[in-house]
Design a protein around this ligand. Structure first.
Ligand SMILES: Cc1cc2nc3c(=O)[nH]c(=O)nc-3n(C[C@H](O)[C@H](O)[C@H](O)COP(=O)(O)OP(=O)(O)OC[C@H]3O[C@@H](n4cnc5c(N)ncnc54)[C@H](O)[C@@H]3O)c2cc1C
Length: 397
């Protein structure tokens, strides 16, 4: 593949750069870090997504009739990279933008598309993903939350866990069992559930970063209209697998720019820090590790371009997303571990501590990175997928 941008891609990138320069908020990181109320922090991010939408930059690769820009997947990646490069705030409706929207575009009815896509783009409606359960994570098809069809509506009962954005979500992409009498993958249905429906109960879970980003969600006799099923009834596994493939293929896009930013900052910090009585930057071991990270971040960028180019040719993400997922999640954990070793005790100070480096970014990133090899499928599961679907090895389970 040709890794150089085409004239059209360059024009897209330059237009976006200019727009971000003129519109991206300044000093938002400090302001948001100082804001204790997570609802107020979220409202700020939501307003930012609205601005991106009104500027015509949300869902750039979505078809024009649904509010997108009709751009290519490479341009979608350029968008994510440029947002990170400009240090612009992240878009809070990420699950709607990266997962639910593409799934509705592929599997949804026209009515579902008309009802949801524009609100996903504008951030007026935030989505969560209700897949995992206390006894169904890696073995997702073992889930037990059930939906019973009564006339023209489902009655949903069950318990989901680790539901990111559950505390603020307006809608949930919910995977439930609709037929208990067939093999486990065959009796599932993918539903769109209004989180304001009577019987939905959300309980936030506190994480080691101090945030309550994810939640437990309980469904007690929740009524969901039949027309909110995506794809065929009992064929939810296909829709769910496609969702997971989008998650693995697209959520890593642009991350290497953030890693590169942190890497550059570590190089800068290593010049002022002392190890063994000399500047850390002249220590051969530190230099060796920095060189290794420099190379690995570049490998990640090239792998991402390769994966996107394959998706563009094939029309849907495939198992190569698992390669990217393992690579970025394990690289991030190694990078954060190195940062902790380089920065010493000061790196461990969290936001709000008087001597915290970079507003506690390093301590936060180290803690948050622990979940990277679990979320969107654990490293062991990604290795199983690569072994079986990419290398053609027999199933290990
Ligand atoms: C930050 C974060 C955000 C998340 N957000 C969401 C969300 O928004 N919505 C949602 O539905 N879920 C979410 N999850 C849940 C996530 O998808 C699950 O945690 C993940 O799929 C693993 O499931 P589990 O936790 O039940 O672990 P288990 O499946 O119980 O696994 C436990 C251990 O056993 C290993 N293991 C299991 N099966 C195999 C096998 N066949 N071969 C080899 N090893 C195996 C696993 O790798 C792991 O090490 C999130 C998780 C995190 C950490």
């Amino acid at each position: 593949m040709d890794l150089n941008l085409t004239p059209q891609e360059k024009q897209f990138r330059d237009e976006l750069r200019l727009w971000l320069l003129q519109n991206s908020p300044r000093d938002w990181h400090e302001k948001l870090a100082a804001e204790e109320d997570q609802h107020k922090r979220f409202a700020f991010l939501r307003a930012w997504q609205k601005k991106v939408y009104e500027g015509g930059w949300a869902g750039v690769s979505w078809p024009r009739p649904y509010g997108g820009r009709g751009a290519t997947l490479i341009e979608q990646v350029i968008f994510t990279e440029e947002m990170t490069r400009a240090a612009a705030p992240a878009l809070p409706g990420i699950l709607g933008l990266a997962l639910v929207g593409p799934i509705l575009i592929t599997f949804g009815t026209e009515a579902q598309k008309q009802r949801h896509l524009a609100n996903i783009l504008s951030g007026d409606e935030i989505w969560c993903q209700g897949f995992s359960e206390p006894n169904a994570g890696s073995d997702l098809a073992a889930l037990r939350s059930e939906a019973v069809l009564e006339g023209d509506q489902f009655r949903v009962n069950g318990h989901k866990i680790w539901t990111s954005f559950g505390w603020i979500a307006d809608w949930c992409a919910l995977l439930v069992r609709t037929n208990p009498d067939v093999p486990k993958h065959k009796g599932l249905t993918f539903l769109l559930v209004d989180m304001r429906s009577p019987g939905v109960e959300v309980r936030p879970l506190r994480q080691m970063t101090g945030e309550s980003e994810f939640n437990e969600v309980f469904f007690h006799d929740v009524a969901v209209p039949l027309e909110n099923a995506v794809g065929k009834r009992n064929d939810g596994w296909n829709v769910a697998i496609s969702t997971l493939m989008h998650e693995r293929a697209m959520l890593g896009a642009g991350l290497q720019i953030g890693f590169r930013r942190q890497f550059d900052r570590l190089v800068e910090l290593s010049q002022g820090l002392c190890t063994n009585g000399r500047p850390a930057a002249s220590d051969p071991q530190v230099r060796q590790k920095l060189a290794q990270f420099h190379a690995e971040i570049e490998i990640m960028r090239l792998n991402q371009m390769r994966a996107i180019s394959r998706i563009a040719h094939r029309g849907a993400p495939g198992a190569e997303g698992s390669i990217q997922k393992i690579f970025w999640s394990e690289l991030n954990q190694r990078l954060q571990q190195f940062a902790m070793e380089l920065l010493g005790p000061r790196g461990q100070l969290t936001r709000g501590s008087p001597h915290a480096l970079d507003e506690g970014e390093w301590a936060y990133s180290w803690l948050r990175a622990r979940g990277n090899t679990i979320e969107a499928g654990t490293s062991e599961i990604q290795r199983n997928i690569i072994g079986h679907f990419v290398l053609g090895l027999p199933k290990s389970y």
